[in-house]
Design a protein around this ligand. Structure first.
Ligand code: FE
Ligand code: FE
Length: 321
């Protein structure tokens, strides 16, 4: 039924014929989703609704952003291959783009809109503050200050979608930055939303990658599994190398978009005992990330006195992005 809006797309015969690769030159060629400031036509009629119920979030069937989200996932599921993930890791894990404090990058993040999100058209900066504040409300103690910081910075990796040569940013298409993540290199699991779109992913036909375990060993641990490339892995790698955040925070950063795992309990056959212990923190984080989206929002300056010293504590040096 999701096909009905896309008669002009010839799915089987190469609308996404470059789906197997994601070389830099493909970036702008057929990407229907773009990263801009708030100029999407649904912005005006989508007001923040404080009455919104828990079950109304992550509605992938008839939200007001349905077509945008649907097109987004079609592209992500089709193009994100094992090979693509390796290329993006190679490209983005060198941390040679620019040097900026996380605080400055939070302001900079404001120009990103997330096409994968059916719930909101809040700016990223508002989402960052709301997630941090939700974490703070849930675990207010100073011993959990790392959790609050993690909420604030968790989506900073979305700057990969910005096109700004002066910052070394090349404007990755949305499908290389946002959306739910999933392991590549093994069979795609039905716990993924829009699972049906994987049928056009070249890895579905690749015998190395299309078995239950694929290139992995049973219970090898998620740290040995390659996740589809996106803002989670990017921010995790930055935090791992350049912050003093604890392991729980690193798990949250790395797997917060891994909904088929933390929400649907798929992919357990790849998990170690350590992963299962950390899962509860990832689930706790997910509540802050998701259900915070409809409450009122302070500005960054309003919360600066609390977060700025904590950012300095956990990121003692400006970040090499
Ligand atoms: Fe995110
Ligand atoms: Fe988020």
């Amino acid at each position: 039924m999701e096909e009905k809006n896309h008669h002009h797309h010839s799915n089987k015969h190469g609308e996404h014929s470059n789906g197997g690769t994601c070389k830099a030159k493909d970036k702008d060629s057929d990407c229907t989703t773009t990263t801009t400031t708030n100029d999407t036509n649904d912005t005006n009629d989508l007001t923040i609704d404080p009455e919104k119920k828990t079950q109304d979030f992550r509605n992938y069937n008839n939200s007001r952003r349905q077509e945008t989200v649907n097109n987004f996932y079609k592209e992500l599921r089709t193009k994100m291959t094992f090979e693509c993930t390796m290329e993006k890791r190679e490209e983005h894990l060198q941390f040679n783009k620019c040097v900026m404090t996380p605080w400055d990058m939070l302001h900079y993040l404001d120009q990103v809109v997330d096409d994968s999100d059916p719930d909101t058209s809040l700016t990223q900066i508002q989402h960052a503050i709301q997630t941090g504040e939700a974490a703070r409300a849930l675990y207010p103690g100073p011993e959990y200050d790392w959790f609050h910081v993690t909420g604030l910075i968790h989506d900073l990796g979305k700057i990969l979608a910005v096109n700004d040569k002066s910052k070394g940013l090349t404007g990755e298409p949305q499908w290389c930055v946002v959306g739910d993540t999933f392991p590549v290199g093994c069979q795609f699991n039905e716990t993924n939303i829009f699972y049906e779109y994987f049928e056009n992913n070249p890895d579905t036909k690749n015998k190395t990658y299309n078995t239950f375990y694929g290139v992995y060993e049973p219970k090898c641990g998620l740290n040995n599994v390659f996740m589809s490339w996106g803002h989670d892995e990017y921010m995790y790698q930055i935090a791992k190398a350049q912050s003093k955040l604890p392991e729980e925070a690193l798990y949250m950063l790395r797997y917060h978009s891994f909904y088929p795992w933390h929400n649907k309990h798929g992919y357990m056959h790849l998990c170690s005992d350590r992963d299962l212990e950390q899962l509860k923190w990832v689930k706790t984080f997910q509540k802050c990330d998701l259900y915070s989206k409809s409450h009122e929002c302070p500005t960054l300056e309003d919360v600066a006195d609390y977060y700025k010293p904590l950012l300095d504590k956990y990121f003692p040096n400006p970040i090499r992005w």
